[in-house]
Design a protein around this ligand. Structure first.
Ligand SMILES: *[C@@H]1O[C@H](CO)[C@@H](O)[C@H](O)[C@H]1NC(C)=O
Ligand SMILES: *[C@@H]1O[C@H](CO)[C@@H](O)[C@H](O)[C@H]1NC(C)=O
Ligand SMILES: *[C@@H]1O[C@H](CO)[C@@H](O)[C@H](O)[C@H]1NC(C)=O
Ligand SMILES: *[C@@H]1O[C@H](CO)[C@@H](O)[C@H](O)[C@H]1NC(C)=O
Ligand SMILES: *[C@@H]1O[C@H](CO)[C@@H](O)[C@H](O)[C@H]1NC(C)=O
Ligand SMILES: *[C@@H]1O[C@H](CO)[C@@H](O)[C@H](O)[C@H]1NC(C)=O
Ligand SMILES: *[C@@H]1O[C@H](CO)[C@@H](O)[C@H](O)[C@H]1NC(C)=O
Ligand SMILES: *[C@@H]1O[C@H](CO)[C@@H](O)[C@H](O)[C@H]1NC(C)=O
Ligand SMILES: *[C@@H]1O[C@H](CO)[C@@H](O)[C@H](O)[C@H]1NC(C)=O
Length: 519
């Protein structure tokens, strides 16, 4: 009887083992992953949805301005000396207005950012500080005219005298408040044909940085006002209910699935997410993750650096590397970003570390990493001091949770520049040296809020337990099997066998016969 039991025991334990193996290698991870996916994907019942819709804590938006110390000397042909002032810290709130669900598993929304000056974080810097920076609007107007009709530059410049007040040099003395948000007044009220030409062009082009005054007689120029409380979009983003690996991908912006600005299907690709959401990492961390930034009309990628521990949570660190803004010689893929000549000395993007924003903004502007980090040495040689690229201060990076892909901490940094060009026909520019002149750089930083961090921490702990249980189960099943196997094999030998045989001896018909015989 026990022999049968031993076999049964063995059989059952084999079944348990197989079940445990299936559970441990396939079932548990599957269950856990589907639970994670359920919490991540964008549907109104998921745990992340509200946090994705309204960011629970604001991003930190920091602005650093390049104050020109020796403006008078630069006018006479000296190399500029810069003095970085900052950070001016703003809180950036982000909120999405859901328009509905779209085809192909997408959600449609408008994005609204709101900025508030953060006095405490800005220390002794105030919005009323006076700075001297490169005069962006002035140079942009001249460079635009120069590109269209080089011979008309001198003429237009004198007309600009009434558009700009006190036109003495290519620098702008301004309060930071006006430069960043409130706006610098540009006067269009005047009887001047060149002036009405310039103003008419601005009115028809409607560049985002130019805000028409209420009476319609002029404009306010500012760097960031158009970002404040103005909705951008609509964005179409993949919700990940069908394929979680597609979660967060932006498939259309302004109802377009590619950007037209670069005039090239490759450079126009919308790749990746808005940087706030990524797919989970269960298939292992991807080598690159893409971020689409409508402000610069580009998809950029950050590359995997390695595994790191941050806030006591295991994470993958991604950093932007030099190939992103590389010259076309170094990264031929970038050549379609080099449509236009931005410089008297350089075609397209011969220099490392610059992105021509002309096609994107409809005005001459150049983006780079702060202090020309990862850029060409040549860019730094133009200055007599004030720039010192530094990895820690100037790179862009993100720490993504190793399981869920949630952003634990990240910073995106970008510098805005314009070319200061020597133009003999323009008295204000006849002696200056030609070079790429930085105006300011910004950092948008995010960190996961403490409560969410705690939640993730608990989830990781729980996952640790689940993992332990999974292996313990497998271990137990194996032990059980070994025990059963031992029992079965011993059934043919000692204690088990003796027991076994004595029992069968008693119950064997022959025994009865023997017993009867004995009687
Ligand atoms: C949740 O989404 C569904 C569509 O998937 C919609 O019908 C429903 O009204 C939404 N519920 C809320 C509370 O928004
Ligand atoms: C949905 O996907 C199909 C096939 O990939 C594509 O033809 C269609 O245009 C997509 N629809 C939208 C609205 O993007
Ligand atoms: C942004 O807009 C809001 C609402 O109009 C305003 O209260 C806030 O002061 C603006 N932010 C800045 C930095 O000007
Ligand atoms: C602001 O504070 C910094 C140190 O925190 C100091 O170096 C700087 O001189 C101060 N600036 C002004 C204008 O007080
Ligand atoms: C223009 O220059 C004059 C004299 O230098 C000065 O009084 C005036 O305030 C300046 N105007 C502006 C708008 O800077
Ligand atoms: C610089 O630009 C401002 C407006 O943006 C204008 O008022 C000022 O006169 C300009 N200065 C020069 C020298 O071009
Ligand atoms: C877009 O992503 C694909 C792969 O997903 C990549 O091959 C391509 O280079 C990316 N395009 C741009 C413009 O970065
Ligand atoms: C990190 O985790 C370990 C063990 O889980 C714990 O002992 C330690 O106190 C934690 N450190 C912080 C800073 O939370
Ligand atoms: C850009 O400038 C270079 C040299 O000035 C010239 O050879 C080239 O044809 C220009 N390219 C375009 C697209 O204008």
């Amino acid at each position: 009887m026990l022999g049968k039991n031993a076999k049964l025991f063995f059989g059952v334990s084999m079944c348990v083992l197989i079940a445990a193996i299936v559970l441990a290698t396939w079932g548990f991870p599957k269950i856990v992953q589907s639970q994670i996916n359920k919490n991540l994907r964008l549907e109104n019942s998921s745990a992340m949805f509200e946090k994705w819709r309204v960011m629970p804590i604001p991003l930190t938006f920091k602005v650093y301005v390049f104050n020109v110390i020796n403006a008078e000397d630069v006018n006479e042909g000296a190399k500029p000396i810069l003095n970085e002032i900052g950070p001016y810290v703003y809180k950036e709130y982000r909120e999405k207005r859901i328009l509905g669900y779209g085809e192909n598993d997408t959600i449609r929304y408008m994005l609204k950012k709101t900025f508030y000056f953060d006095k405490e974080a800005s220390g002794n810097l105030t919005q009323d500080d006076d700075v001297t920076v490169i005069n962006y609007t002035y140079l942009a107007a001249l460079l635009t005219v120069h590109e269209l009709m080089p011979s008309a530059v001198g003429l237009v410049n004198s007309a600009l005298g009434s558009f700009f007040t006190n036109l003495t040099d290519p620098f702008l003395r301004v309060k930071t408040r006006d430069l960043f948000f409130d706006g610098i007044f540009l006067n269009c009220a005047g009887e001047n044909s060149a002036l009405s030409l310039v103003c008419g062009k601005i009115k028809s082009d409607k560049p985002p940085n130019m805000r028409l005054t209420e009476d319609g007689n002029g404009f306010y120029f500012s760097m960031f006002n158009h970002l404040n409380t103005t909705e951008s979009g609509p964005y179409n983003m993949v919700r990940g209910t069908e394929n979680i690996q597609e979660l967060g991908h932006i498939v259309a912006y302004n109802d377009l699935t590619t950007m037209r600005q670069w005039g090239d299907p490759y450079c126009g690709q919308l790749n990746g997410s808005d940087g706030s959401i990524f797919p989970p990492m269960n298939l292992g961390p991807p080598e690159r993750v893409y971020i689409y930034e409508p402000e610069i009309c580009r998809s950029l990628y950050i590359s995997l650096v390695g595994e790191r521990n941050i806030f006591n949570i295991s994470a993958y660190l991604y950093e932007m590397d030099e190939s992103a803004l590389a010259s076309k010689l170094y990264n031929p893929d970038n050549k379609c970003f080099c449509k236009k000549n931005w410089s008297a000395n350089h075609d397209g993007c011969l220099l490392m570390g610059l992105l021509n924003l002309g096609p994107c903004k409809g005005a001459p502007a150049l983006a780079s990493l702060p202090h020309f980090y990862l850029g060409s040495e040549e860019l730094l040689e133009y200055f007599d001091g004030g720039l010192s690229p530094n990895k820690d201060k100037h790179e862009s990076y993100a720490y993504l949770d190793a399981t869920t892909g949630v952003v634990l901490k990240g910073a995106q940094r970008l510098q805005f520049n314009i070319e200061l060009r020597n133009m003999k026909a323009v008295p204000q520019l006849e002696n200056v040296l030609t070079g790429v002149f930085p105006m300011m750089w910004i950092e948008e930083g995010a960190e996961i809020p403490a409560d969410l961090r705690e939640e993730l921490h608990q989830a990781h702990t729980l996952l640790g337990y689940v993992e332990a249980v999974r292996w313990a189960l497998l271990g137990l099943a194996i032990l059980l099997c070994v025990a059963a196997a031992a029992c079965v094999s011993r059934a043919g030998l000692s204690p088990c066998k003796r027991h076994h045989s004595s029992v069968s001896f008693i119950l064997r018909p022959g025994n009865n016969f023997d017993v009867n015989k004995g009687q």
